[in-house]
Design a protein around this ligand. Sequence first.
Ligand SMILES: [Ca+2]
Length: 109
Amino acid sequence: MAFKGMLKDEDIAAALKHSAAAESFNHKEFFTKVGLVGKSAEDLKKAFYFVDQDKSGFIEEDELKLFLQTFSAGARALTEKETKAFLAAGDVDGDGMIGVDEFVTLVNA
Ligand SMILES: [Ca+2]
């Protein structure tokens, strides 16, 4: 698993359980529950590159949609509405993607 050694398995399980129902995803709650809030910028950058699956240097909308699957392959995809809200929260410069600095800022917001 991508986050092995960085996050606790039980925290990942709890965060995913909390977000299991469609439209229940809240990025702030998720980042807190999963244990990313308070991690070093270095760890958060590592986390960013797990989510940036094609290694483009940006988290695009299709990667954001599959965000939960970065934590567990069996997790659900985010809904259209959740994906758009997540993107809007993180995309400070309005380019339609989340860059590494935007991601670090979003987690610690
Ligand atoms: Ca990407």
